[in-house]
Design a protein around this ligand. Structure first.
Ligand code: THU
Length: 130
């Protein structure tokens, strides 16, 4: 699967976001070590802290399907009137870290359709590990 195809999967997941409180829709799609694709969208809640991020949903889907390693994760998100430049939030960087290695790639496109491709060390330097 190409990076563009994975981003398309993230954009399709974004279309399913439940975000009536923020109007900030996010989709994530990841490929695991088995070549399987898992997707997630943000799901908000009237009790705000109970909402969950798109990356969190995609990671939960991966683990449920038996995956343990994120090869590449694409994220698309933003205010619902924008095309969708969104890098993972701090909490999701830590969640990605749990299933990442030095080759894991985090890929997003900005509003000009320009690629930004990161390693986890780019986004979460000196990260916490037990
Ligand atoms: N959100 C995500 O789904 N992923 C991120 O990495 C950033 C934030 C969601 C959470 C909330 O539903 C909305 O975006 C606004 O913060």
């Amino acid at each position: 699967m190409t990076d563009d195809e994975l981003l398309d999967a993230a954009r399709m997941a974004r279309a399913m976001a439940y975000c009536p409180y923020s109007n900030f829709s996010v989709g994530a799609a990841l490929i695991d070590e088995n070549g399987q694709v898992h997707r997630g969208c943000n799901v908000e809640n009237a009790a705000y802290p109970q909402g969950s991020c798109a990356e969190t949903g995609a990671i939960a889907a991966m683990v449920t399907a038996g995956g343990q390693r994120i090869v590449t994760i694409a994220v698309a998100g933003g205010s619902t009137d924008r095309t969708g430049f969104c890098t993972p939030c701090g909490g999701c960087r830590q969640r990605i870290s749990e299933f990442a290695d030095e080759n894991t790639r985090i890929i997003v496109k900005d509003d000009d359709e320009t690629w930004h491709k990161y390693s986890l060390a780019d986004l979460l330097p000196s990260s916490f590990h037990l």
